[in-house]
Design a protein around this ligand. Structure first.
Ligand code: TXA
Ligand code: MG
Length: 346
């Protein structure tokens, strides 16, 4: 079933959606980051349906979503002082914390790990669904495994229609990139996946914070990783993609034009609106990421733009990169992975 809650949440429909969750079904719903596919986190069988729908590898654990901090005691234990401070400051919000799990959380959720990821979304529909269902909701991003996360229902329906019991439409998601995932190791918060909450934001609260390895480089299959999600292919269009960046704008435009001219085939460009006139690309093959000055806008547009680039005729996708600072860290992390680390900096 499709429910349109773009303007207001319908309480009758909310009851129906929450009954589906209680009865072990899976449901797509919006959050402030990206859409999620949710199931009762305590129901092993229901969670299994998520892995089936996404084609997700079973070694990649899910995030458990809560509506209220009191729900944490059922899910996690032995919370340290640093972890508590992070909960106090960053929940609700685009922030996920890895904690030691209780026995109530089935192994399928944590992919057999001793830990569990917890997030309290700052979104009225997400919170309403969790609260009225009365259980924490395990939910990965709404997309087929390996594809960009769903940020609009139009994109999601193409991939997941018919594979879930309900889709709740809350409009385009505000942030457009998934939450910042943090694990505290030896009292130091370590960012396993960058997001809107930056390393500086966390340093301002805790005093220290580190970026995990694997954010700008591929992880070797044999390497031990804190976040299993880092090992898997992600955010990737089907066509080959080339990411390009320079601190010097003219150099970047020169190099992009050179590649377009020499490439034997049709190129699609994901670029900034300020560069549209300076790059030799036809209107139909230019996909606007937004203004180069506005990282928030770029983040919000990113996944829909990547999906669109796949639908256009052409053999190569060229993507303009951004500076790796602030929200630019999260944007570059996703772009590097989406192009399989085909990256050139001039
Ligand atoms: O913004 C978000 O976080 C969205 C919305 C729906 O809340 N969810 C999301 O879930 O992005 P997913 O499953 O696509 O990404 C979860 C990430 C994966 O990289 C996974 O490996 C990591 O969190 N993760 C989950 N549990 C973990 C654990 N116990 N230890 C380390 N990493 C974990
Ligand atoms: Mg995902």
């Amino acid at each position: 079933m499709y429910y349109n809650w773009k303007e207001t949440t319908n309480t009758e429909e909310l009851k129906i959606v929450c009954n589906l969750i209680k009865n072990g079904e899976i449901v797509i719903f919006p959050t402030e980051t990206v859409y999620g596919i949710g199931a009762n986190a305590f129901d092993e069988k229901a969670v299994g349906k998520i892995f089936m729908a996404k084609g997700r590898p079973s070694d990649n654990p899910l995030i458990v979503h809560i509506a209220d901090k009191r729900m944490i005691t059922d899910i996690a234990k032995e919370i340290t002082e640093v972890e508590q401070k992070l909960i106090d400051h960053f929940m609700p919000g685009p922030f996920t914390l890895i904690l030691k799990k209780t026995d109530k959380i089935p192994n399928i959720v944590s992919a057999g790990l001793e830990t569990v990821a917890i997030r309290m979304p700052n979104h009225v529909i997400a919170r309403g669904i969790i609260a009225f269902s009365g259980v924490p909701i395990a939910a990965p991003s709404a997309n087929i495994s390996g594809k960009p996360s769903g940020t609009t229902v139009e994109d999601i329906r193409k991939e997941l229609e018919g594979k879930v019991s309900a889709i709740v439409d809350g409009g385009e998601t505000e942030i457009g990139l998934e939450s910042t995932v943090v694990k505290v190791i030896d009292e130091i918060p370590c960012i396993l996946r960058p997001g809107k909450i930056s390393v500086e934001d966390i340093r301002n609260v805790i005093g220290v914070a580190e970026l995990g390895n694997g954010i700008f480089k591929p992880i070797d299959e044999s390497e031990e990783v804190e976040s299993p999600g880092l090992k898997h292919k992600h955010y990737a269009p089907n066509k080959p993609a080339q990411l390009m960046y320079s601190e010097n704008e003219n150099d970047l435009i020169f190099e992009i034009n050179r590649l377009i001219k020499s490439y034997k085939g049709d190129v699609i460009l994901l670029g900034f609106e300020e560069h549209r006139e300076k790059i030799i690309i036809s209107e139909q093959r230019f996909i606007n990421l937004g203004s180069k000055e506005n990282l928030e806008q770029i983040a919000q547009n990113l996944y829909s733009a990547l999906r669109k680039s796949d639908e256009l005729a052409g053999q190569l996708i060229i993507i303009e990169g951004v500076k790796k600072e602030g929200l630019g860290i999260a944007i570059m992390n996703r772009l590097l992975r989406s192009c399989g680390y085909q990256y050139e900096e001039f």
